[in-house]
Design a protein around this ligand. Structure first.
Ligand code: G3H
Ligand code: 13P
Ligand code: ZN
Length: 309
């Protein structure tokens, strides 16, 4: 049991049609729920920390909580920086002991993205840490109106091949129609599988990463709304579409929004039904259980990763 890189996890996943779940963590209950789920499913696990998570929980707390999770569970876990925006934050996380960092240079021009990514790769590899980069821009809901405008932001397969060759990056996040948050599509959900297959064909040895992979399940949105929430018109990527993507080189699937919805639904329900309670443990415990149930469901039914540890 240790903090591990994603190298072996991805090498194994690349040969098969399952993906490793990468779940965002922000506090103890979320970490416990996810880790207990991975243990119950005997699945490989990536815990990822965003800049927002570092700001909220503070890095030292998150590091120690993940170390505690490893001791408590006996699992190997990869600790990953999600959407590092520049070299400095990636360096900081490498120095702190993360085993994997993402440099998200997707907002930059192609050449600049290569330069920034290369710099992070050089530093991270020298310290035994692996790197994920991103090419193409995740579509926002406003881009959904115009299919041409939207596909202009998708990852170009030939560029992906050139990018990987020039940067030496370990894995690549691609844009094929997903986006972050609870509002992914206005009309019919759509993922560009042909583009994904082409990318996978050109760089078959590079593990691909799917961000924005939450499905925004109606049951949980409805439960939030039934207990005082106001989340109208939310829509995610149907789970069978994520499952399909794992067949074409997607080795890492990022899920955050679905965990937020699951936890919030249960916390709202508890508080609404128990107005006299004010012990945070009373409502955080069902929130933590909801995270565990959601992660087990994802690992088993969406990522196909049960017993792949
Ligand atoms: O990609 C975004 C993740 O869901 C993290 O979100 O930046 O609010 O922590 P956050
Ligand atoms: P969701 O918002 O779809 O959960 O995506 C999370 C993500 O991509 C984190 O990097
Ligand atoms: Zn993301």
């Amino acid at each position: 049991m240790a903090l591990v890189t994603t190298k072996e996890m991805f090498a194994k996943a690349l040969k098969s049609d399952y993906a490793v779940g990468a779940f965002n963590v922000n506090n103890m209950e979320i970490i416990q729920g996810i880790v207990d789920a991975a243990k119950a499913e005997n699945a490989p696990l990536i815990l990822q920390v965003s800049a927002g998570a570092r700001k909220y929980a503070r890095s030292a707390y998150l590091m120690k909580l993940v170390e505690a999770a490893i001791i408590d569970s006996g699992l190997d876990i990869a600790l990953h920086l999600d959407h590092g925006e520049d070299f400095e934050i990636c360096k900081k996380c490498v120095d702190d002991g993360f085993t994997s960092v993402m440099i998200d240079g997707s907002k930059h021009e192609f050449k600049e993205n290569i330069e920034i990514t290369k710099r992070v790769v050089e530093y991270a590899h020298a310290h035994g840490v692996v790197v994920e980069a991103e090419l193409g821009k995740l579509a926002g809901i406003e881009d959904n109106i115009n299919v041409d405008a939207r596909s202009a932001t998708f990852t170009i397969p030939e560029e992906a091949a050139e990018f990987v060759e020039k940067t030496g990056v370990d894995s690549l996040a691609i844009a094929i129609g997903t986006s972050h948050g609870a509002y992914k599509f206005k009309g019919e959900p759509y993922l560009d599988y042909e583009r994904l297959k082409e990318i996978h064909k050109l760089i078959p040895d590079t593990p691909l990463v799917l961000h924005g992979a939450s499905s925004v399940l109606t049951e949980f949105v409805d439960k939030c709304n039934a207990y005082g929430g106001d989340i109208p018109g939310a829509q995610g990527v149907p789970e069978e579409m994520i499952r399909e993507a794992t067949k074409y080189g997607i080795c890492k699937v990022n899920i955050d929004t679905d965990l937020r919805l699951a936890m919030t639904a249960e916390v709202r329900k508890f508080i609404a039904e128990n107005p006299k309670e004010f012990d945070p443990r009373k409502y955080l415990a069902p929130g933590r259980d909801a995270i565990q149930a959601m992660v087990q469901h994802k690992i088993k039914n969406v990522l196909n990763a049960s017993n792949q540890r």
